[in-house]
Design a protein around this ligand. Structure first.
Ligand SMILES: [Zn+2]
Length: 213
């Protein structure tokens, strides 16, 4: 999950009432991607997401610091869950804690230290990040897994082309921006720091502090 830094965006207001007015600024700050599952979405498919849910925490209903973007699926799975046990993309390193795998799968990175592991798993559970079609509670209209799998396959095809000098960094970066699933592209191109640097630079609001590129 791409870690983000909303303080990089300077055009925000402190408070948005109604909160839906924050959507365009969030898209400018973070790109048109779900902050959790990383799928790319048109404006109408993305919602202003309240990190701490707005019913339990009414004082944070209009607060820019409490906003991210989410797709309808992540939004409805997260619902009113308590976030305190989970790492979060606007405050933690949410990339290096996970392993993205062939087939569109995700799991907690085996090398993550024991204190952090349950918080990483809590983030997976918070939004059902590892949902696959055979899992209980998985909606047939939710194509997260298929989307991540397709992006993995696309990134693999372009990795081979890139290694043969048949395409450039810009092409890969454009494909990633149009397909979403930033973490998949970062993983597939893990041995190509110049590609990773382009991905870090071009996706708005990426928190650069967790990367050595
Ligand atoms: Zn999502």
């Amino acid at each position: 999950m791409r870690p983000v830094d909303k303080t990089l965006f300077l055009g925000n207001q402190v408070s948005y009432d109604p909160y839906g007015k924050a959507k365009d600024h969030l898209i400018e700050a973070l790109g048109d991607f779900c902050s959790y599952c990383e799928r790319q979405g048109v404006r109408s498919a993305l919602a202003v997401e309240h990190i701490e849910d707005k019913d339990t925490h009414p004082l944070k209903k209009y607060d820019w610091n409490n906003f991210l973007l989410s797709c309808t699926n992540c939004n409805s799975i997260k619902a009113r869950k308590d976030i305190t046990a989970a790492l979060l993309p606007d405050r933690d390193d949410t990339f290096n804690i996970f392993s993205y795998l062939e087939g569109g799968y995700i799991k907690v990175n085996a090398s993550v230290n024991l204190a952090v592991k349950p918080k990483a798993q809590a983030l997976i559970d918070l939004v059902g990040l590892d949902r696959i079609p055979s899992r209980n509670g998985y909606s047939g209209t939710d194509n997260l897994w298929q989307g991540r799998k397709k992006s993995w396959e696309l990134a693999q095809r372009y990795l081979i082309k890139y290694q043969k000098n048949e395409c450039d960094v810009e092409t890969i970066n454009d494909l990633a921006l149009n397909n979403g699933f930033w973490s998949v592209w970062m993983t597939v191109f893990q041995n190509h720091p110049e590609v990773r640097q382009a991905l870090i630079d071009s996706f708005p609001g990426t928190n650069v502090t967790y990367f050595s590129e």
